[in-house]
Structures are given as structure tokens and as C-alpha cells.
Design a protein around this ligand. Structure first.
Ligand SMILES: Cc1cc2nc3c(=O)[nH]c(=O)nc-3n(C[C@H](O)[C@H](O)[C@H](O)COP(=O)(O)OP(=O)(O)OC[C@H]3O[C@@H](n4cnc5c(N)ncnc54)[C@H](O)[C@@H]3O)c2cc1C
Length: 432
């Protein structure tokens, strides 16, 4: 290779970080720029993983070491498709890897889904995580909430809704959002899972964790029996649920949680406002069930936006290959769909990095300027890694004694701190 390989990664979430790590190993002489539309790195680790799961978020420390390498640049506050086009990036870098995740909560696809009290889980987890581009309007959950979805994200939402303020010790939850919610918390929550316990996607450890929240009474209207020789996870899930049903809520029951397995919504009821949800038994062995609800949370996965991804046409999941075009690749959720944990993006990135290595010979013919080839005006607005560290320190400094950090829910505020335009880093977040 005559000139260093210039690589652009779009997205600084787990898959962007993992692929940069792999490519650093394959091409130690390469120059890698990780672009992100936000002023902070780490994607959903920062803005999806629940704020009370700090041990999961601690993987940020491992990713941070990547950005401290001389050949890796963080270029935050640059949105591909807005500040720079995908074509422009392809013309200045040898390789472009999309690691931009999936932006859209998947729709359940039933009538009533557009009623005002139907909330998408992605929006809620961004809200509790102080995402700087999320609307700060706190949902009107009402007394009774139906959560539709049986995966770990639905369990995250359930846990956030049943916890009390003192349960968020050392978290980085958005305190304004929490304070608004606990003024009128839900007192009844139905968790509706399409699968039976045997096929449910939830992690038994996450289910068992629910039992440690005080003042909650759990019940389950459906069979929780599983075959004795069922796979270990299935037996563990059934055991976790049996454990929940045995939890003693103490003298004061603050909230009742009813678990439903094997039901799918056919309608979200309400005339102008949600008043319930109608469920059909997946095995069609029981009559339809109607649950009263003041609000509905849908947590059924994330999707491609449907439209044209910056000139690439409509993207769909591809489990086989990360190749999109000559010099253009994808990894992580934008490749596989919204499946898998943070760690699963590592093996995905490794496989795509191998495809990149295999195809490099034909790409390296032409010299490319890399990041320096971007217009000066675009580079001037970028938040680099040392800029981000200023925001990082300001967030830690602004945290109260019982929080790990106080995330600023305003993109403009974060960029101002990053570019040192604020005299007082801990000032109020201000308008978005
Ligand atoms: C609510 C929720 C909770 C989760 N909790 C856990 C958990 O506890 N444990 C676990 O192991 N996994 C968890 N996951 C799964 C995990 O977060 C994903 O596996 C992982 O984040 C996917 O990584 P990614 O890099 O593909 O996407 P993302 O993490 O979404 O990263 C994509 C990045 O691309 C950036 N981007 C998007 N568009 C553009 C653009 N046009 N220009 C520039 N940048 C752009 C985004 O700002 C973002 O930073 C959770 C997921 C969700 C949704």
C-alpha cells in the first residue's frame, strides 16, 4: 500500500467501535475516522441501555481506548446526509462502513397505534437517557399501562416504570423526566408477550431482577409450565417467573404487574385517547382478551427507516454479507436488523472486517485525502475526541452525589461545551 488506507465509519455505537478495533488490527497504518451525528460517542450504549444498568454501560471505557489511538479520529456533530453526503465520504476515503444502527421503532401494525398515548420503547429509553435530540415531553402514562413486547427492551421499560427514585442510585437517568413520572406513576402494568414462555426472547436474569424492586406484586394469567428437558434458558426463564410470582411485595403494594404469554394485540382501543388493548391468543385456544389501559408502550424491535438510505435505496437485513457496493460496507444493526446484544456486534464486525481485508487490493490503487478532504466548514463544526472529553468531564462534574453523571439533554449545549463556548460547564441545559 503506497498511501495509508483511509477508512470512514459512520456511527460510533458498538458496531462502529468494534469494526474500528478490528480494522486497526488488520491495518495498523490506516487512518480511521468515526463520524457521528451526535456530539458524544457510543450510540445506544449511552442512549439505549437503561440508565440503571451502569455495569453494561461500562463498556464505554473499553471503547474510549480506541479513540485515544493516534490513527483513530472521532468526528462527532457530523450527520451523514445532512452535513456531508455519503457520496462525498466515499470520494475521500478508500473504505466507508455504515454502522449507523436502526433509527425507527418497529410498528405493531394494529388499528389505534397512532393514538396519542401509544409510546414507542425507543423513544422512552432515549427520554430516560436524556438523548439530546429526543422531545422532552414526558408521556402521559396514566394509572394503567400495557407494554406490548416480550424482549429485553420491554423488560427495561417495565423496570424503569416500577422503580422508585431511590432505586436509581449511581445511575445517569434524566432526573427531570424521572421527577415528572414519579409524580403520577403507573399502579397497574400488563406486560404482553406474543411468545409462550418457551419461546419468549427475554433474558431470565433480567426477569429475575424485576423481583428486587420493592412494593410490586406480580401475577401471571397464563401457563408457566415448561418441559422438564427444555433448553437451559427456557427452564431458567420459567424459574425466574415462578420466583416473581412468589415475591412478597410487603405491606404497601405500589404497583401490580400482570404477565401475559402467548397473546398478540389486534387493536388498541380508544376514541381519541387510549382506553384499552384487545388481544388475540396466538394459539387461538382462548377467546380474545380486553385489557383496560390508559397508555400503551410498544417494544417490538427496531427497523430500517423504510425509505432511501442516503441514495442506497431501501435497506433490508442481510445476515450473509456486509458488502453493499465497491468500497462500501455495513455492520451491526444496520446490517443484521435489531437483533443481538452489544457483544454480538463484535463477531459481526470481525466478519465484515475480513470481507474488507479480502477486497482491499483493488481499492488501494488510488490515493485518497481522507478526513482532510472534507470542506473546512464541515471540519470546523466537528466535535473531536478531546472536545467530547470536555463534555464528559462537565457531565460528571454536574452530577449530584447519587448519580454517575448528569447528561445534558440538549445537542446545542453539548456542542457549546465541546467547543468551549460556555464559561460554566454545569449551567442549565437550555433549549434544544
Ligand atoms: C433500548 C435498548 C436497550 C438495550 N440494552 C442493551 C443491554 O442492556 N445490553 C446489551 O448487550 N445490548 C443492549 N441493547 C442492544 C445494543 O444497544 C445494540 O446491540 C447495539 O447498540 C447496536 O449497535 P450499533 O452500533 O449497530 O447501533 P447504535 O448503537 O444505534 O449506534 C449507531 C450510531 O450511529 C449514529 N448515526 C446514525 N445515523 C447517522 C448519520 N446519518 N450520520 C452520522 N451518525 C449517525 C448514531 O448517532 C449512533 O451513535 C439495547 C438496545 C436498545 C434499543
Amino acid at each position: 500500500m503506497d498511501t495509508p488506507v483511509s477508512i470512514a465509519v459512520i456511527g460510533s455505537g458498538p458496531s462502529g467501535c468494534y469494526i474500528a478495533q478490528s480494522l486497526c488490527r488488520s491495518f495498523p497504518e490506516s487512518e480511521i475516522t468515526i463520524y457521528d451525528r451526535l456530539a458524544s460517542p457510543f450510540g445506544l450504549v449511552r442512549y439505549g441501555v437503561a440508565p440503571d444498568h451502569q455495569s453494561t454501560k461500562s463498556i464505554q471505557a473499553q471503547f474510549a481506548r480506541l479513540f485515544e489511538r493516534d490513527n483513530v479520529r472521532f468526528a462527532g456533530n457530523i450527520e451523514v446526509g445532512v452535513d456531508v453526503s455519503l457520496e462525498e465520504l466515499r470520494s475521500i476515503h478508500h473504505i466507508v462502513v455504515l454502522a449507523a444502527g436502526l433509527p425507527a421503532d418497529r410498528a405493531v401494525g394494529v388499528p389505534g397505534e397512532n393514538l396519542p398515548e401509544v409510546y414507542r420503547a425507543g423513544r422512552l429509553t432515549r427520554l430516560f437517557n436524556a438523548h439530546p435530540l429526543e422531545s422532552t415531553e414526558v408521556p402521559r402514562f396514566g394509572n394503567s399501562v400495557a407494554i406490548v413486547g416480550g424482549g429485553n427492551v420491554s423488560i427495561d421499560v417495565l423496570r424503569l416504570l416500577i422503580k422508585q427514585p431511590e432505586d436509581f442510585l449511581n445511575s445517569d437517568i434524566d432526573d427531570a423526566v424521572l421527577a415528572a413520572y414519579v409524580q403520577a406513576p403507573a399502579s397497574h402494568i400488563d406486560l404482553v408477550c406474543r411468545s409462550t414462555i418457551t419461546n419468549a426472547p427475554s433474558d431470565p436474569v433480567m426477569l429475575a431482577e424485576l423481583g428486587r424492586v420493592r412494593g410490586v406484586k406480580f401475577s401471571c394469567a397464563d401457563s408457566i409450565e415448561v418441559a422438564e428437558d427444555a433448553p437451559r434458558t427456557v427452564v431458567a426463564r420459567a424459574k425466574a417467573i415462578r420466583g416473581l410470582l412468589k415475591v412478597d411485595p410487603g405491606n404497601e403494594i405500589r404497583v401490580e404487574v400482570v404477565l401475559h404469554f402467548g397473546w398478540t394485540p389486534v387493536n388498541i382501543n380508544g376514541d381519541g385517547h387510549v382506553d384499552g388493548v384487545e388481544l388475540r391468543s396466538v394459539n387461538e385456544d382462548r377467546p380474545n382478551l380486553r385489557l383496560d389501559a390508559d397508555s400503551v408502550v410498544t417494544a417490538v424491535g427496531f427497523d430500517f427507516d423504510g425509505g432511501d438510505w442516503h441514495g442506497l435505496g431501501e435497506l433490508t437485513a442481510n445476515l450473509e454479507t456486509g458488502v453493499l457496493d465497491y468500497g462500501l460496507y455495513r455492520t451491526g444493526w444496520i446490517k443484521r436488523g435489531s437483533r443481538g446484544t452489544i457483544a454480538e456486534n463484535r463477531s459481526c464486525a470481525k466478519a465484515v472486517a475480513e470481507e474488507i481485508v479480502a477486497g482491499l487490493d483493488s481499492l488501494k490503487q488510488q490515493a485518497r485525502p481522507g478526513y482532510g478532504g472534507l470542506p473546512e466548514a464541515v471540519r470546523a463544526k466537528a466535535v473531536d475526541y478531546s472536545d467530547w472529553k470536555r463534555v464528559d468531564s462537565a457531565e460528571t462534574a454536574a452530577a449530584s452525589a447519587d448519580r454517575s453523571r448528569r447528561k445534558f439533554p440538549s445537542h446545542a449545549h453539548m456542542v457549546a461545551i465541546a467547543h468551549s463556548k460556555l464559561a460554566q460547564f454545569s449551567a442549565a441545559p437550555g433549549a434544544k
